[in-house]
Design a protein around this ligand. Structure first.
Ligand code: ZDR
Length: 286
């Protein structure tokens, strides 16, 4: 294939930013985009983003989403990314549905648009049920079918305890008394690559303010510290409930803003509600 001009749009969800590419109306080679993901995400030599998202046709759902982290690795899901995805497909006229299904590596995800004066300002997403079995998260060692609640984790000579939750992608949630004491740049990468996590892990440090409110910082697998993590906020709520620290519905404060999360008792699904914003559109040559 010769050189092609590809249109993209940058959107962000609470400062977690993504380059979104319409791969329904444009011909792309998915592996070529994945190979370029790190360069596109570079904040000095590229467009700058935490990840690249492809909007693809699906045989099972209304759309299919693939996402690549800033290091080019492919996670199963992305909570902030799916809100941006939902806003993008609606505003680009790829669908006129306000509730639709998106095929992901974490199964089908169902976003519902929240509109004001015709604009999509926020999205409520049915993120599906959390996965709590050790081997499926995955966390190494231990009973493969048991939950992973308050287990020890040693990094950088410090002892933490974590609760593990998969929202399709793996999370280690660490409740701390004081978030300001955490040296995320130092402990984040050590958690990410700790041998307990064979597929690496996203790590959330969380301070609970009340049963309805918590504040967090995240070190994302494959992207480093980001301003927000949608799947991470969902994982925090689930871990908070499992530890008796949070109620089934709470507000999670992230560095980039807040998300409302509910673990619905009737069907066990996690609902996430938060904003999605357009930044700019452009094109690059590949
Ligand atoms: C955390 C995330 N940005 C979100 O909003 O859910 C998802 C990105 C994927 C994550 N870095 C991973 O699982 O590798």
């Amino acid at each position: 294939m010769g050189k092609a001009h590809l249109r993209f749009t940058k959107l962000h969800g609470l400062g977690n930013d993504f380059i979104i590419i319409d791969a329904i109306n444009q011909r792309i080679v998915e592996s070529a985009i994945q190979a370029r993901a790190a360069a596109l995400c570079d904040r000095h030599f590229g467009i700058g983003a935490d990840g690249v998202i492809l909007v693809l046709p699906s045989t099972q759902a209304d759309f299919k989403m693939r996402i690549f982290n800033a290091d080019g690795s492919e996670p199963q899901m992305c909570g902030n990314g799916i809100r941006c995805f939902a806003k993008f497909v609606f505003e680009e006229g790829l669908t006129d549905k306000e509730v639709f299904s998106v095929e992901t590596l974490a199964g089908p995800i169902v976003p519902a648009l929240i509109r004001e004066n015709g604009n999509v300002v926020a999205v409520e997403v049915d993120m599906g049920a959390p996965i709590l079995e050790r081997a499926k998260i995955p966390v190494a060692k231990g009973d493969p079918t048991a939950r992973v609640i308050q287990e020890p984790l040693q990094v950088d000579g410090q002892s933490f305890t974590f609760t593990a939750v998969s929202m399709g992608n793996p999370h280690a949630v660490i409740f701390v008394d004081n978030l300001e004491e955490i040296d995320l740049e130092k402990v984040g990468p050590l958690c990410e690559s700790h041998p307990l996590f064979p597929e690496r892990v996203n790590t959330e440090f969380v301070q609970v303010l009340s049963p309805q409110e918590a504040v967090m910082r995240v070190w994302e697998r494959g992207s480093g510290e980001t301003l927000a993590c949608g799947t991470g906020a969902c994982a925090i709520l689930v871990a908070g409930v499992l530890n008796g620290l949070l109620s089934h519905k709470a507000t999670i404060h992230l560095p980039g803003g807040e998300l409302k999360i509910e673990w619905v008792k009737s069907d066990g699904h996690v609902m996430m509600t938060g904003p999605a914003s357009h930044v700019f559109s452009g094109e690059f040559i590949i």
